[in-house]
Structures are given as C-alpha cells and as structure tokens.
Design a protein around this ligand. Structure first.
Ligand code: BGC
Length: 260
C-alpha cells in the first residue's frame, strides 16, 4: 500500500531516542521530511539525521523544551522557515517521572510529568492546529499509553498525564474535524525502549512483564512506528478522536485468561 507520505512535513517530539527515533525513521522511509525535536543528547539527533540522510531521506533537528510555550512557538517558527509549515505532528516526548506513592512524591516532581507529557503535548498541538486548521489538512497524533486506561501504582502523574492526553485529543478532534484535521492517540504497551530498560533487562522483571502481555512478547519500537505512519496517512483518513492500542493485548485483562 502506498501511504502517500512523500514530501509531507512531519514533526516528532522527543524524536531522537526510543519510540520517537523509530517513528522518525519510519516516516523518513515513506519519503516524508522529518523534523526531530529533542532537548538532550544532541549527538543522538545528529546520528539519526545521518541515518536518515544515508537512506536518502531529509531530516532536521529542532532543539526545544516542549513544556515552554516560547520555545514551542520558536520551534514551529523554525519549521515554517524550513518547510513552510507542518502536515503531521507526532506528540511523542514524555517521561514517566519519579516512581513514588502519591503521598510521598514531591509536588514539583509530580508536576514535571504533567508539564512535559500533558502541557507540552498541548502546546505543540496548539501550534500545529493553528497551521493545520488554516490549511484545512493535517494530523496530530498523541502518544498516550496503555496507562491511559490501566492504573499504575507509583505513577499517578504519568497515568493522569496519559489519560489527560487522550481526552484532550478527543476534544481537540471535535474542534478540528470541521477543518479537515484529525487528532487521535496511539497507545503503546510495553515496548523495548530506554524508558523501561530496567524492567526488560532484569530477568525477573521481564518474566513479570510477559505475564501482562497475551501475545507473549515485548513490543519493538517498529511495532509502534508502523502504526503511527499508517494513522498519519490518508489510509486512515476516517480515523479520528480515538485511541489505537498497540499493546500485544495488555489491555485485555490477561489475568482473566483463567479463574474469575
Ligand atoms: C511505559 C512503560 C511500560 C508500559 C507498560 C508505558 O507507557 O512507559 O515503562 O512498560 O507502559 O506498562
């Protein structure tokens, strides 16, 4: 299937590592132009740009703290300057934050997760939607998580941010639909990236994780990247205001495979 993404202008936040890097690469392989937003590890951005250029693609790096409105505005201005706007925003940047019970975590540590995952996602969506609604086309894809619906002890800020990103996408989708713009979420399950390295590198943690995944394997970044590319393309032109779970069945209550 030709996804017809050639020349599309795509911005991937948190695009220089983990899911973001795989998503950036997948868009580049479809012929899209990719802007890699990052905040840390500039050498990873350079390496990815080189990989993309090496496979015949076009990529730029844009450093910005997405939780800072002025930095986000400057990033979109740079994108306007480079490519005259944006066709696809993949709101991927995020952190899971400090692992701590709700009554033990410091408010600042809790807020930091919300600032990046929810406010940062909103700020980028806001700038993208200004441009997309004016040009009457575009897609905003938020990376939420299975934890937009699965509670997770020790991660109340993370789960709240992901549930928030999901509901925010639905509301923005209502606003943007009359302008021909789609807004939706992709919800990864446990994917092999740096964010959960401690779990999949530890044999006990890995075994516990597998019990939570009916398909019996951890996901790979490409599992998410392929779906992201599809959802951003016109092949998914009738899909908006929803979340597509890519989780090996994690949200299927695997502990109910027996008993109950
Ligand atoms: C988290 C991972 C976790 C997965 C499944 C994701 O949102 O970032 O650390 O493995 O959810 O629990």
């Amino acid at each position: 299937m030709d996804l017809d993404l050639k020349g599309k202008r795509v911005l991937v936040t948190g695009g220089n590592s983990g899911l973001g890097a795989a998503i950036a690469m997948a868009f580049a392989q479809e012929g899209a132009r990719v802007a890699i937003n990052y905040l840390v590890d500039p050498e990873q951005t350079e390496a990815l740009k080189e990989r993309i250029a090496g496979s015949g693609g076009e990529a730029i790096g844009l450093k910005a703290d997405i939780s800072d409105p002025a930095a986000v505005a400057a990033m979109f201005a740079a994108l306007d300057e480079a490519w005259g706007g944006i066709d696809v925003l993949v709101n991927n940047a995020g952190i899971d934050g400090q692992h701590a019970l709700g009554w033990e975590i410091e408010p600042d540590a809790w807020s930091k997760v919300i600032d990046i995952n929810l406010k940062g996602t909103f700020l980028c969506a806001r700038e993208a939607l200004k441009r997309m609604t004016a040009q009457k086309s575009g897609v905003v894809l938020n990376t939420s998580s299975v934890h937009e619906v699965i509670a997770w002890s020790g991660y109340s800020a993370y789960t709240a941010s992901k549930a928030g990103a999901s509901m925010m996408a639905k509301s923005l989708a209502q606003e943007a639909a009359p302008h021909g713009v789609r807004v939706l979420c992709i919800a990864p399950g446990a994917i092999r990236t740096p964010i959960n390295r401690e779990v999949w590198e530890d044999p006990e943690g890995y075994a516990d994780l597998l019990e939570k995944i009916p398909l019996g394997r951890i996901g790979e970044p490409e599992d998410i990247a392929k779906m992201a590319v599809f959802l951003a393309s016109d092949a998914a032109s009738y899909v908006t205001a929803t979340t597509v779970f890519v989780d090996g069945g994690m949200t299927d209550y695997p502990s109910f495979a027996h008993g109950g």
